[in-house]
Design a protein. Structure first.
Length: 682
């Protein structure tokens, strides 16, 4: 793969497009010319699949002109022009025209590729209400008797149950429906997706009235989500008759509920929108969603009616065909400010509700939490405070303990003290150095004999001592220990197993990644939920380097030990985690997406946020840190995740609980993932 690593088609993407040509009513020659002009532009952009509007070769608003033989013949000849041109165009086109079959007229979509008509699909549902009068001119698809027709000298599959498979892009199987078909209670595409179609296409005319644009959005988005598919939607634009209706030319491309591209409306010229559809993502979603498989089995009789037409496409083989798709650098954190605030509010409330319920269920009214002055414990303390408020309990029921050790900086110690004071919890301080030193002496560690040796034993003695104190305090106060570790740390195994920060009675942050926690804390600060003084403390915490503070350093202002120096930057590792856990992507595809996300500093990601990290990572850095992630995630840390405390799942991005999203053996190998890393260029 490495030769074409930078080509989207090497990573199960397909570039698709919707074209809305300017047309003339009952002028197929002109309409075909406009259609081909857009097709040529699409081909230059590497598009594999191009959709046009309903009855685009004739115009939708021909009314009884559809019964004129001259117009029908002209439409067929215009189709011939497009078929001839398709020999030199490396894409599939779906165009609309009226066709007379067995003395009946049908509103049809013709699939054209490689100099052939690959199939013709008639419209299933004909609207005959309001401003629509299609039942006057056309017949519905189920009135057809034949399954094959002769058209332009070719034998062509005909019918509504056709699937089209691109032979050299196995995940690209598409289905065509027409306008009103999507408005039906059960659209034909609902069955087509169960029969294997990953891309659904709708040739629509769809006149515009007030409010209809928003309804189209809902229909297309929901159908793509429900069908776990991509959905391309076209509608007629400039040139359709305005005798009784108006047209806005809106076109949409959605993928699994997400809008990828949308055209302008009321444009006067022909226009084209493109998007790169992630077929691998859709395939993975269907594989993991067992309800999808159950639906296939339940509707097996209907699905047996589908037949597949296979043909190849001359897909772009260039060494570089960059991704035309916005890949968020922070997949767990929406880039839009309004959506980000909504996400923070919802996650925060999920955590608070979960902790409140756990306290109610245990009958206990006190929580014990270690407060380090760092990011994770800060957020966990905020959740504890909100839970106490919700339960109508005093915040003094929070037993907050800060436990300075050999490497605790003055900065974090001061932040811990200030934070507990602002929250109003029962605060105390325990110096763990004497007890740690005693343990180091007892086990014969060099540090206990006066030698400066800062190894993993030295670090874990401190982590274990802190946790041991917390559990004994929980016994003393009849409360529960609140875990503070986050999803990112669990993924990388960055926690001390057993009697260490790995363990607690209940862990509120366990499915919240580090990048999201930083924004949760900032959201609490910016919304003034704990007052101006509290907000200042929170902002100071956010400005502090992430560190376990277990190895002594020289500076008292910032922790000397830097977590990200050991395990890589969290912004990259959270990216790697999201696409590995949520979608099961190969390392090469994860690296390809990371490169797309970080390749352009001016990509418009969070330009208004001065506090957001603006690091840039080249492919070498991406590959190096991905290697760290894969080794730690698949090889060295699963045993810790197999024994984690209870914790609420907060997002669709996944949880690592063995009782939730992730069940894996603790002694598996990372060989296949590390081998796939070879597909990433150096």
């Amino acid at each position: 793969m490495s030769k074409n690593f930078f080509n989207i088609y090497s990573h199960d993407f397909a570039r698709v497009a919707v074209g809305v040509p300017r047309i003339r009513v009952a002028d197929p020659v002109f309409n075909a010319r406009q259609t081909l002009a857009l097709a040529e532009d699409a081909a230059k952009s590497g598009v594999a699949l191009l959709l046009f509007p309903e009855l685009g070769l004739s115009a939708y608003t021909c009314d009884d002109l559809f019964h004129q033989g001259a117009l029908l013949q002209a439409c067929t000849e215009a189709l011939g022009t497009i078929v001839a041109a398709s020999e030199k165009l490396p894409l599939a086109m779906i165009v609309g025209l009226p066709l007379r079959v067995e003395h009946k007229l049908y509103n049809c979509a013709a699939v054209v590729a490689g100099g052939r008509i690959q199939g013709v699909v008639p419209k299933t549902y004909l609207p005959n209400y309001g401003e629509f009068y299609e039942g006057r001119q056309f017949n519905p698809a189920d009135s057809a008797v034949c399954g094959e027709i002769t058209l332009l000298g070719q034998q062509v599959p005909f019918g509504p149950h056709l699937l089209f498979q691109v032979a050299n892009l196995p995940l690209l199987r598409f289905h065509v429906e027409i306008c009103e078909d999507l408005w039906a209670p059960i659209p034909p595409s609902s069955y087509a997706c169960l029969a294997g179609a990953t891309v659904l296409l709708n040739l629509s005319a769809s006149n515009i009235v007030v409010g209809k644009s928003g309804y189209r959005h809902q229909l297309v988005s929901q159908q793509s989500a429900r069908c776990l598919s991509a959905y391309l939607y076209s509608s007629a634009g400039q040139g359709e008759s305005t005798t009784d209706m108006a047209w806005d030319g809106q076109s949409l491309i959605c993928e699994n509920g997400e809008l990828l591209a949308e055209s302008g409306r009321f444009l006067t010229d022909s226009h084209l929108i493109c998007a790169d559809v992630d077929l691998g993502r859709l395939s993975h979603e269907r594989m993991r969603n067992t309800t999808f498989g159950h639906s296939v089995r339940r509707h097996a009789q209907e699905l047996a009616r589908f037949r597949c037409v296979e043909f190849p496409l001359d897909l772009p083989r260039a060494d570089r065909l960059p991704l035309r798709r916005n890949v968020e650098r922070f997949p767990y954190v929406p880039s839009d400010r309004r959506r980000r605030d909504e996400r923070c509010s919802e996650v925060y409330n999920i955590q608070v509700q979960a902790l409140s319920q756990r306290l109610s269920a245990t009958g206990m009214d006190k929580v014990i939490i270690g407060v380090s002055g760092g990011l994770d414990s800060t957020h966990a303390l905020l959740v504890c405070a909100a839970a106490m408020d919700r339960l109508g309990l005093p915040r003094t029921n929070i037993i907050g303990i800060t436990m300075p050790g050999f490497a605790t900086s003055g900065r974090t110690l001061q932040q811990a003290r200030q934070l507990m004071d602002v929250i109003g919890c029962s605060a105390s301080e325990i110096d763990i150095r004497p007890s740690c030193l005693q343990m180091l002496k007892d086990i014969g560690h060099p540090y206990g004999q006066g030698e400066e040796k800062y190894d993993v034993t030295f670090e874990n003695v401190q982590a274990g001592e802190r946790t041991s104190h917390l559990f004994r305090l929980a016994n003393l106060h009849n409360g529960i220990v609140i875990g503070t570790g986050d999803l990112s740390e669990l993924a990388l195994g960055w926690c001390t197993y057993g009697v260490g920060d790995h363990m607690s009675h209940y862990s509120v942050n366990a499915s919240v990644p580090k990048t999201l926690i930083s924004h949760l804390v900032r959201w609490v600060a910016e919304t003034g939920q704990i007052g101006s003084t509290g907000s200042e403390v929170l902002l100071a915490v956010l400005d502090t380097d992430i560190s376990p503070e277990l190895v002594p350093g020289k500076s008292d202002n910032q922790p000397e030990q830097k977590t990200e120096s050991a395990i890589g930057p969290y912004e990259l590792q959270d990216f790697n985690l999201y696409y590995t856990l949520r979608f099961g992507f190969s390392p090469a595809k994860v690296a390809f997406l990371a490169h797309a996300a970080w390749r352009d500093r001016e990509a418009g990601r969070w330009p208004e946020e001065a506090h957001v990290a603006r690091n840039e990572y080249d492919l070498a850095a991406i590959k190096r840190n991905l290697g760290i992630f894969l080794h730690r995630f698949f090889k060295t840390s699963q045993f810790k995740r197999s024994a984690i405390p209870n914790a609420p799942k907060v997002g669709s991005g996944g949880s690592l609980s063995p009782r939730g999203d992730w069940r894996a053996p603790s002694d598996s190998e990372s060989v296949v993932w590390m081998e796939d890393m070879k597909n990433i260029p150096d």
